[in-house]
Design a protein around this ligand. Structure first.
Ligand code: SF4
Length: 346
């Protein structure tokens, strides 16, 4: 395995549309300029390397490119479609969401390794200043004592430790794999010590957009003998680069799952989804969820009608084995589980 430093790669991510167009040998389109201030372009170069040069409709490019359509207000779309921001602001903890029975989401990172234009948490930077109190500086601070770390984790994990109904902790964000290896290792250590926590799940897109994030140390940490599930966010077969697939083979986590957002113009075609799920199972990644878009402001142009989603699912069922078919779901704020979309009228 080569050992390119993923942090260096992250620091060299492209943040200017003009630079992205230059790399992709596309003519500058002024229409894309005015929308990037609140949620700027941010895309690592390894992910750009999976895009097709000269193709303005490349499905990976469209996921990251700011567009004029983002400025259009659309009925039913909002800044906080899952009411998570409001729940966090009413919550004594700034990092823990208890949306589902028996499970707690721990929002461990301020940022992501990429800015997906359709992300339902695209307006989350508002709470970054709270989370920075917990993450981002202290674990790598060589002056911090072990006692300091211990106090810190005890405070962070108190809402989970004090709630004996929580059996599973889901590390989410942002992207939890933006934590340093040592930070992540310590966090997992403290979670595992909570007696009623039986499972840990890590949701991440980072290994897909930045395969070098799967460092030997991280692979070792994820092999910890505890029920630990990794769920990778991947939307298109072109995202499954050779670099990622090589590292995936080294990842000995027993169960790797995937989740995908159904996106208009990107993966709302039976052949594209077939290729994606077929490649995933070939590499021992089980498709877990196909998400209906969460209706966040600025993302309406990505929405696929559920009727079309159901027809796509039916076509996939005719071509793939059952274990390659994810559940087609949407999230409704306040509901204790995701809602499976089974019929056109759903
Ligand atoms: S990686 Fe996930 S959390 Fe981050 S911007 Fe993309 S969809 Fe949102």
């Amino acid at each position: 395995m080569t050992n390119v430093n993923w942090k260096n790669e992250l620091s060299q991510a492209v943040t200017e549309t003009a630079e992205l167009y230059r790399i992709l040998e596309l003519p500058i389109d002024q229409d894309y300029w005015p929308v990037s201030e609140e949620y700027p372009l941010f895309v690592p170069r390894p992910f750009i390397g999976n895009m097709v040069k000269g193709c303005p409709n490349d499905p990976l490019l469209l996921q990251v490119l700011p567009r004029q359509e983002e400025l259009i207000a659309v009925d039913g779309f909002s800044r906080d479609p899952l009411h998570e921001l409001s729940e966090l602001s009413n919550n004594s903890s700034c990092c823990v969401l208890k949306k589902y029975a028996g499970r707690a989401l721990l929002l461990v990172s301020n940022d992501c390794g990429i800015h997906c234009r359709f992300c339902f948490r695209r307006f989350f930077p508002k709470i970054n200043s709270f989370r920075k109190n917990y993450f981002g500086k202290r674990y790598s601070d060589k002056n911090d004592s072990d006692q300091h770390h211990s106090d810190h984790f005890n405070t962070l994990l108190e809402p989970i430790r004090s709630d004996h109904t929580i059996e599973e902790v889901i590390l989410s964000g942002g992207d939890p794999l933006l934590l340093d290896d040592s930070e992540l290792e310590q966090l997992l250590y403290y979670i595992v010590k909570i007696p009623h926590v039986k499972r840990i799940r890590i949701h991440s897109r980072l290994p897909i957009v930045l395969p070098n994030r799967l460092t030997p140390k991280l692979i070792n940490i994820l092999s910890y003998p505890f029920p630990l599930y990794v769920v990778l966010h991947v939307n298109h077969p072109n995202e499954l680069s050779d670099d990622f697939l090589v590292r995936r083979e080294e990842l000995s986590v027993p169960v790797v799952l995937s989740q995908t957002v159904l996106l208009k113009g990107i993966n709302d075609h039976p052949d594209v989804l077939y290729q994606l799920f077929d490649r995933l199972i070939t590499h021992r990644i089980i498709p877990y969820y196909l998400h209906q878009l969460d209706r966040v402001n600025g993302a309406a142009h990505f929405e696929v009608p559920t009727g079309r989603g159901c027809r796509l699912m039916e076509q996939l069922r005719q071509r793939l084995p059952g274990y390659a078919i994810p559940r087609y779901v949407r999230e409704i704020p306040g509901m204790l589980n995701k809602q499976e979309i089974l019929r056109d009228k759903d």
